[in-house]
Design a binder for this molecule. Structure first.
Ligand SMILES: [Zn+2]
Length: 393
């Protein structure tokens, strides 16, 4: 049993989260943000420092007076953040406040199935720990984004359209025998959305749109990831576009935005025009080379994606739409058309302060979000109790 009551744990959790996400890293700032007295903050911070969860250090000396003391999370407890794609895995070892200690990327084929793919992740984790000079006991959490639908409570992959052999696989079971760590699993686009949100915490409502081989969306509503009743929220790729009923989608319906305007769809249109485009990366290359047919197709895709986003803006009223994925690299061509359609189609009240921008984190959005998601979980009221009871040393 913990010697700390539920209310005290909630208060400790709040302070630790503020330090972890960089909102407040000094005692005075914590008092300001929480409205607690300096004495109340001091009592709680002292406890977190004494239990080894927070560390207080002097920052660079100022000209006059004592340098201010800065708080950060202790670097003993680590997170392994993993972004599994169809053809790559990126893994990062981070502290609870998101500082990366080691990071690596490797090519894989997700269709090799869970056993082989996760054995690869296990080996990568060993390499990252060795590089950072840490032991497996320092790992408090694995946080993994996968390119398919996930039941987040159990970490089970559910009927993924790509990911052969993964249907019904419970990812945390693989790690249970090997590590004493919490395992969080979510859809990769959800992780990316959370990563982008973590870099824009002043924006409470955010839609992250990934335009890659497919098209997906992660939804942050009032600072919380919205997964929906069964984890399918944000699966926007199969929203139909008018006037494209002749285009067959892999889902069996026709006219889906993913079948018309994704990286794969643009590449297909270019092949039909006689250009050698295998996928989204070739589309990007051709636009950079100044190919007018490729630019034209990307601009058309921008308008088509904009049609769908205009409806989402009316429905969700976000502060920001953030575009990611390989095609979002073409922001000059893509953003102008997406913006044009949204401002024309959505209501003025919904677009008055709407920001439409490209990803700040690029290819790191997935691991960044996975790390932040894990930190939030570990520092929650329930999580912090465990961390304080069993300090990592
Ligand atoms: Zn479809």
């Amino acid at each position: 049993m913990s010697d700390l009551g539920a209310r005290q744990l909630a208060a400790l959790s709040e302070l630790a989260c503020l330090v972890a996400d960089g909102t407040a890293t000094r005692r005075s700032q914590l008092a300001q943000v929480t409205g607690l007295s300096r004495a109340a903050v001091a009592q709680r911070v002292d406890l977190l420092v004494a239990r080894g969860l927070l560390v207080e250090t002097e920052t660079v000396a100022t000209e006059r007076g004592r340098p201010p003391l800065t708080l950060r999370l202790a670097a003993d407890a680590l997170i392994c953040a993993v972004d599994l794609g169809a053809t790559h895995v990126r893994a990062a070892l981070t502290t609870l406040d998101g500082a990366p200690l080691a990071e690596t990327i490797r090519e894989i084929d997700i269709n090799d199935g869970p056993q082989r793919t996760l054995t690869g992740v296990h080996e990568l984790t060993g390499e990252l720990l060795a590089e950072a000079g840490r032991a497996p006991r320092h790992l408090c959490a694995f946080s993994i984004g996968v390119p398919g639908p996930v039941e987040a409570e159990t970490g089970t992959v559910i009927r993924p359209p790509i990911m052969q052999g993964w249907d019904g696989y419970r990812i945390p079971d693989f790690f249970a025998d090997r590590y004493d760590a919490t395992v969080l699993v979510d859809n990769d686009v959800n992780m990316m959305a959370f990563g982008e949100y973590s870099h824009r915490r002043h924006l409470r409502h955010l839609l992250y749109i990934k335009v890659g081989t497919g098209i997906g969306c992660g939804i942050i509503s009032n600072g919380v990831l919205h997964r929906g009743a069964s984890g399918a929220a944000g699966d926007i790729g199969h929203i139909p576009l008018h006037g494209h009923e002749d285009v067959l989608c892999h889902c069996g319906n026709t006219g889906c935005v993913e079948a018309v305007a994704s990286g794969a769809a643009i590449a297909r249109a270019l092949r039909e025009a006689g250009l050698p485009a295998a996928g989204g990366r070739d589309v990007v290359r051709m636009v950079y080379e100044g190919n007018p047919v490729a630019r034209r197709q990307v601009r058309l895709a921008g308008q088509q994606i904009g049609e769908v986003l205009a409806s989402l803006v009316s429905f969700h009223n976000p502060d920001a739409i953030v575009l990611g994925g390989v095609i979002a690299q073409l922001h000059e061509d893509l953003l102008a058309d997406i913006r044009g359609v949204i401002y024309r189609r959505a209501l003025p009240l919904a677009t008055r302060t709407l920001a439409i921008e490209t990803s700040a984190l690029g290819e790191r959005a997935g691991v960044e979000g996975a790390a932040r998601m894990a930190a939030r979980h570990l520092l929650s009221t329930e999580g912090i109790e465990r961390l304080l009871m069993q300090p990592v040393r």
